[in-house]
Design a protein around this ligand. Structure first.
Ligand code: C5P
Length: 222
């Protein structure tokens, strides 16, 4: 594609979602939350009683996914078959299922064109695991956002609490570590920085700090 893309990859809970949204707002660019597509595929499959190892059935679901992203200020409303599932997909249960589904090559291929379609004028901020390595390898700016697993578990814990959901910090840490292991060790599109990615460790950084760093990198390249 000819459009400008900023690829933001990294493990779950590193702050990609928030940072990507803020950068997209600043630039007035489109935003792709690619993880939501894997979460939606998993949720739709679970609701239909499909096994997370049934590659053929999962591929069909990924290909036919009827999803609409409606942005409402800070919040993006995610509609699956006309139903608002924005909060239903944001838990570690669905995150875990998503990472199982995401390990299947046929599912990744089914979602590829759909992701590339987001790269339209004036530009796209793409958030995921393989934005810089697979989906947008030509992106002029690639960021790899990380943070320690403990810090990421703490952030998820706070997020869930704010959303009024119960969680245990130690079980969140276990789930995050299991998901990291699955995402980095899988055969297809494993989580890793692109060769030309710039890594930012956010463990000790505030959100505005990270946004400022990325903006500085953008202006260098702009
Ligand atoms: O980013 P998020 O936590 O919503 O992603 C959920 C899961 O989807 C990840 O753990 C990962 O397995 C998968 N994923 C992926 N490739 C992406 C985005 C997400 O494999 N580009």
């Amino acid at each position: 594609t000819g459009s400008a893309v900023v690829a933001i990859d990294g493990p779950g809970g590193a702050g990609k979602g928030t940072i990507s949204r803020l950068i997209a707002e600043r630039l007035d660019w489109h935003l792709l939350d690619s993880g939501a597509l894997y979460r939606l595929t998993a949720l739709a499959a679970e609701r239909r009683g499909i096994d997370m190892t049934d590659a053929a059935a999962l591929e069909t679901i990924a290909r036919e996914l009827d999803v609409v992203f409606v942005s409402e200020g800070e919040h993006t409303c995610i509609m699956l078959e006309g139903e608002d599932v924005s909060s239903d997909i944001r838990n570690e249960h669905v995150g875990g299922l998503a990472s199982q589904v995401a390990a299947l090559q046929v599912v990744r291929e089914a979602l590829l064109a759909r992701q590339r379609d987001f790269a339209t004028s004036p530009g796209l901020v793409a958030d995921g695991r393989d934005m810089g390595t697979v989906v947008f390898p030509e992106a002029p700016l690639k960021i790899f956002l990380t943070a320690s697993a403990e810090e990421r578990a703490r952030r998820r814990f706070d997020q869930l609490r704010q959303a009024g959901q119960h969680a245990s910090l130690s079980s969140l840490l276990k789930e995050i570590e299991a998901r990291d292991a699955r995402d980095t060790q899988r055969a297809v599109a494993p989580l890793r920085p692109a060769e030309d990615a710039i890594t930012i460790d956010t463990t000790e950084l505030s959100i505005p700090d990270v946004v400022a760093r990325i903006e500085a990198l953008l202006s260098l390249r702009g």
